[in-house]
Design a binder for this molecule. Structure first.
Ligand code: SAH
Length: 354
């Protein structure tokens, strides 16, 4: 069998593995054994020492396994944040970041190679979408970041390269895998999924009744500003987004968090703050302000400290729960997409990702 005809074993849930083993005439417990090997980061059937040689060969013939390679590892001298660039089986690369907080270590994973949402301030979207990541590839970002860093991962944020709701099925499968009691067993309450607002998927997500935190990258409270910096707003609109957030909150009982990157002269006026406060109160959202990371190819600059302060005060005075994200890893190409772009540029002679 050709490599690409083989099944991706790491994307299978234990129940599905059992079904595969039933087909091979193998007992159920084999599925549990293999799930455990895979969860430990073993990526060669030959290392699965409690399986017979024949079974290992059969698996080798039917299933595909790949170990992501570290293309680059940058460790922040300031706060120990680690930024990885992984090489995937087809030569594409994605970024993963490991951040240490008092309450544990958080991994920020990518969900796609590139992105097609076109946000004007973001580096990940510059070369467009190359492809979706498989569930197994997202899972390996977690497993191998933990192994390589030696830092036990307790929290996951889907805030790396890509739009998770644009790769819905694989992302849902990843969540099931990483949450599985026999796998990494990371609780849904320790997972955040960030979206630019693909509201047509909110009902599907709510229907799964996951206890994760939905983060909405709002970045502007009115259509004119938002559509200008986030093409995903065009045809959807802020009003519909807020209505979708409200519905999601009512259905799941989970508070939404609004991400808001402060961009100098673009979305940081008192009017913006007042309208943002209104939206946040309407859906009981928490507001997370992010100092914009300047991206080389983009003209945007972060808001001044004075404007940031003014903005926070308006939100607080309106009773909105607001935090400013601590900037981690600012010396290691902090915002996602930047490292991949830099390395791909070098690899492809200045062209950037294709
Ligand atoms: N596609 C998803 C998740 C990926 S981006 C989303 O849009 O939410 C994770 C967060 O980083 C988003 O809130 C995104 O808008 C933000 N972001 C992207 N580029 C940034 C930059 N240059 N500075 C600050 N935040 C940025």
């Amino acid at each position: 069998m050709e490599e690409n005809e083989k099944k991706d074993i790491l994307s299978l849930l234990p129940e599905e593995l059992e079904a595969e083993f039933a087909l091979l005439g193998e007992p159920k417990f084999r599925a549990a054994q293999i799930f455990q090997w895979l969860g430990r980061g073993v990526r060669s059937f030959d290392e699965m020492s409690n399986l017979s040689r024949d079974l290992r060969r059969t698996l080798q013939d039917r299933f595909f396994l790949y170990e992501p390679k570290v293309l680059s590892r940058q460790v922040s001298a300031i706060d120990g944040t680690i930024k990885y660039l992984w090489e995937l089986s087809d030569g594409n690369a994605v970024e993963t970041v490991v951040m240490s907080y008092q309450h544990g270590n958080t991994v920020c994973v990518s969900s796609q190679v590139g992105c097609r949402q076109g946000c004007a301030f973001c580096a990940s979207t510059i070369g467009g979408l190359v492809r979706n990541l498989r569930a197994s590839e997202i899972l390996d970002e977690v497993i191998f970041s933990e192994r390589d860093s030696g830092k036990k991962i307790s929290n996951i944020v889907l805030m790396g390269i890509g739009e998770p709701l644009d790769n819905f099925d694989n992302v849902m499968r990843f969540l099931e895998l990483v949450n599985h009691p026999k796998g990494m067993n990371i609780g849904m309450r320790h997972i955040s999924l960030s979206t630019c607002g693909l509201i047509e998927r909110f009902d599907d997500l709510a229907a799964r009744n996951l206890q994760l935190t939905l983060s909405v990258s709002l970045h502007a409270p009115d259509d004119e500003t938002r559509s200008r910096i986030m093409p995903a707003n065009r045809g959807r609109g802020v009003e519909n987004l807020i209505a979708a957030c409200r519905k999601y909150y009512e259905k799941t009982g989970r508070r939404i968090s609004f991400e808001y990157a402060m961009i100098d002269g673009v979305n940081d006026t008192p009017e913006h703050a007042r309208l943002l406060a209104k939206h946040a109160r309407e859906v009981a959202a928490h507001v997370n302000l992010i100092p914009l990371n300047h991206v080389e190819e983009r003209q945007f600059q972060p808001s001044t400290p004075e404007h940031l302060k003014r903005f926070i005060k308006i939100l607080e005075d309106s009773g909105v729960n607001v935090t400013v994200r601590r900037k981690l890893g600012s010396d290691v190409d902090a915002s996602c997409g930047q490292l991949r772009r830099k390395i791909e540029k070098n690899r492809k002679g200045g062209q950037g990702p294709v």
